[in-house]
Ligand binder design. Structure first.
Ligand code: PRP
Ligand code: URA
Length: 209
């Protein structure tokens, strides 16, 4: 059974407060998405295995703990997930990066796949799927189903803002997946946008509107 964590930290609350504002610039939006991803990554990696290693300090010998070398991969859902990659890499620099391209059909809100490029040994890796927005949950569920077809079993999903509808769907369809949420919002509007949300994350990261 995966765990669900709603981040409850003043730094994250503050930063999400800034990215919600419509006057926040593309530059600041992008920087903050990356910083929030890094803070969420800290929580998402809490259970990584450690091993004991003997070292010499200037004062003598001791035993320290090192990451046990579990192979990891970060999988952004294009486009907006790309904004979270740098923050993740800051904390787990040796993680491989795979890409899954999905866009939501504007009418049906169903995800449409247009790209998939994953590390060859993806099934052996601990996976962190990243996407700032979990709205209906269709895109996250589709990406995770795809990764499971490639043999992935140890999967965490990190988003910055979630709607209760999307969170419930993701938990129901993929109960084994760990979910890390920056903020849980009120719901969705008729077009499937999160309220109060922050608008279209991809457009705000890449300045396309
Ligand atoms: C956004 C967002 C998620 C998806 C969430 O992507 O980045 O991938 O919508 O919505 P859902 O939970 O209802 O599936 P979008 O389809 O707008 O594509 P983009 O990132 O290329 O702008
Ligand atoms: N995708 C976004 O970028 N924003 C939303 O509010 C919902 C889906």
């Amino acid at each position: 059974m995966g765990k669900t964590i709603i981040m409850d930290h003043p730094l994250i609350r503050h930063k999400i407060g800034i990215i919600r504002r419509k006057e926040t610039s593309v530059k600041e939006f992008r920087e903050l998405i990356s910083e929030i991803a890094m803070l969420e990554c800290f929580e998402a990696t809490r259970d990584l295995p450690l091993e004991k290693v003997r070292v010499e300090t200037p004062m003598g010998g001791t035993t320290v703990e090192c990451l046990a070398g579990k192979k990891l991969a970060v999988i952004p859902i294009l486009r907006a997930g790309l904004g979270m990659v740098q923050g993740m890499q800051t904390l787990i620099p040796s993680a491989r990066i795979g890409h899954i391209g999905l866009y939501r059909d504007e009418k049906t809100l169903e995800p449409v796949e247009y790209f998939c490029k994953l590390p060859a040994d993806i099934g052996e890796r601990g996976i962190f799927v990243v996407d700032p927005m979990l709205a209906t949950g269709g895109s996250a569920c589709e990406a995770i189903s795809l990764l499971k077809k490639y043999g992935c079993r140890d999967i965490s999903f990190l988003c910055i803002i979630a709607a209760p509808e999307g969170l419930a769907r993701l938990k129901a369809e993929h109960p084994d997946v760990n979910i890390i949420v920056g903020a849980l919002d009120e719901g969705l509007n008729d077009q499937g946008y999160i309220l109060p949300g922050l608008g279209d994350a991809g457009d705000r990261i890449f300045g396309t509107k």
